[in-house]
Design a protein around this ligand. Structure first.
Ligand SMILES: Cc1cc2nc3c(=O)[nH]c(=O)nc-3n(C[C@H](O)[C@H](O)[C@H](O)COP(=O)(O)OP(=O)(O)OC[C@H]3O[C@@H](n4cnc5c(N)ncnc54)[C@H](O)[C@@H]3O)c2cc1C
Length: 460
């Protein structure tokens, strides 16, 4: 039982804010993006700086507390928070420094991707991330990171140059290709298992205006579009990225009223070249099956990154399932169509993110992310604002996942999973699990950081 005088003493060492049950800010501070998760921590330590993170780790150890680390709070399973324990919340550490000379971007551990997109864009740069700007940099990066620039510049981890890490014993280290190389390997896909990353250094790339946006087709054309897409995306130039989706058209602009609430399929494109070249590349699909609607236009990269933020505000109910795929067979396509026709709510969706192109330039064991041979990372999300629909969205996502899973590559992207247990984590890391486990034993032998997709420390 945590003693009140221990908390009072901790306050004296701590620069940020310490929030306890009963405090005015507690209800707000304990929330995560997915409102299917509701956890009640004993203490939330909103850290102002690295010294606060060190102090919080020391406090958690001294008081034998369960500890979770919160970056952007977007995790599917709500792994940024824990019941009855200590939350090390990095939210106040939201700075971004761009070095235009080296084209590198230094990012505080509590940043959201929108912070990075905004700051880097002013210098004509971008860092590969995901497709939603409100997602945290911390969790997304440590799990891999896939999005609109993956085919051109690889996963987010492929663009990580170094990280500042506070370890389980409270010490501070730098992990990079030059220092603590084993730790640097482990954090590029191994999640929050090895320490608290207080700062990330990324390589930026010259991306400013992209030609981007969705094309939509009726579901009765989805099989043809998927068959076209499965060929296209393995041959296409790396400058073009396109993720495939089954979705329901939202009832508002820019979508024409005739399409509102229709279940459709879509490809959301991002091309880093000119509009003229983009039209040349996408001409064949337009003439093969004319989209029922498209919003493909030149736009600043941050605009694309924020395109879906309004549709998916924090506070919805989410149920997630993820899997990797090497191919998209005719049988699998037929199953996709069957489950797409049953989309249970307006916000529920299935996305297939291409994880090929530049992401394939790195070998399966060069980083913990072991599915470099997969072509797609599939995510199925049951989403709705109403908690009364949680069984409905969960059931749909599970059924859809189970139908397609036999066609999958074996594991799934760690950041698209809720809590699925150790077998699934091992299936995801494949041959890299034992090495991760040995590095965990070196840097966190007592498994202090265990509120995550947990890698157990190997035994001596
Ligand atoms: C709407 C939505 C869209 C998404 N789209 C994409 C996408 O396009 N591409 C993609 O790759 N992923 C995507 N994701 C998944 C996303 O990568 C994960 O949810 C990720 O865990 C979010 O990171 P976070 O920092 O916000 O999470 P948190 O909930 O804060 O933390 C998640 C985990 O990471 C650990 N962690 C976070 N920050 C740190 C840190 N600084 N140091 C140590 N450990 C840390 C935590 O301990 C926890 O275990 C999406 C998620 C959502 C909700």
């Amino acid at each position: 039982m945590l003693q009140q005088d221990a908390v009072a003493q901790f306050r004296g060492q701590f620069r940020g804010e310490l929030i306890e049950p009963g405090d005015a800010r507690y209800e707000d501070a304990r929330q995560v993006y997915n409102h299917m998760i509701s956890r009640k921590p004993r203490l939330i330590a909103q850290c102002a700086d690295v010294a606060d993170v060190m102090a919080a780790i020391g406090f958690g150890r001294a008081n034998e507390m369960r500890v979770s680390v919160r970056g952007g709070g977007h995790n599917a399973g709500g792994l940024g928070v824990c019941d009855d324990g200590l939350v090390i919340d990095l939210a106040p550490m939201r700075y971004v420094h761009v070095d235009p000379a080296s084209k590198t971007v230094r990012v505080g551990g509590g940043c959201r991707w929108g912070d990075v997109d905004h700051a880097a864009h002013a210098f004509g740069l971008a860092v590969p991330s995901g497709i939603i700007a409100t997602t945290g940099v911390g969790g997304l990066t440590l799990g891999g990171g896939m999005g609109h620039l993956t085919r051109k510049y690889g996963l987010t981890i492929d663009n990580l140059l170094s990280a500042d890490v506070v370890l389980a014993d409270g010490s501070f280290v730098v992990a990079s290709a030059e220092e603590n190389r084993d730790l640097f390997w482990a954090i590029r896909g191994g999640g929050g298992n090895f320490g608290v990353v207080t700062s990330f250094l990324f390589q930026g790339h010259p991306v400013h205006t992209v030609c981007a946006g969705p094309m939509l087709w009726e579901l009765d054309q989805a099989a043809d579009i998927m068959k076209w897409y499965r060929e296209f995306i393995v041959e296409a130039p790396e400058e073009i990225n396109g993720f495939f989706a089954v979705m329901t058209v939202p009832p508002g602009p820019p979508f024409p009223e005739a399409l509102h609430f229709r279940k459709m399929c879509a490809i959301v494109w991002c091309y880093t070249g000119s509009m003229e070249q983009a039209n040349e590349i996408l001409g064949p699909v337009r003439s093969y099956r004319r989209p029922a609607f498209e919003l493909f236009a030149p736009m600043p990269f941050p605009m694309l990154q924020g395109m879906f933020d309004g549709l998916y505000p924090p506070g919805l109910q989410w149920y997630w399932k993820g899997d990797f795929f090497k191919e998209l067979s005719d049988d699998a396509i037929a199953l996709h169509l069957r489950h797409a026709a049953k989309l249970p709510t307006m916000l529920s969706a299935m996305h297939l993110y291409p994880v090929n192109g530049a992401a394939h330039n790195v070998g399966n064991s060069e980083t913990p992310y072991s599915y470099r041979d997969a072509v797609w990372s599939q995510v199925i999300v049951g989403v709705d604002p109403d908690p009364a629909n949680s069984a409905l969205i969960t059931g749909w996502a599970k059924d859809y996942f189970e139908a397609l899973h036999p066609y999958g590559a074996g594991g799934g992207y760690i950041n698209f999973m809720m809590e699925e247990g150790e077998d699934r984590i091992r299936a995801t890391y494949r041959g890299n699990y034992d090495r991760l486990s040995a590095i965990k034993a070196k840097y966190d032998p007592g498994n202090f950081f265990n509120v995550n997709q947990n890698i157990r420390p190997s035994e001596e």
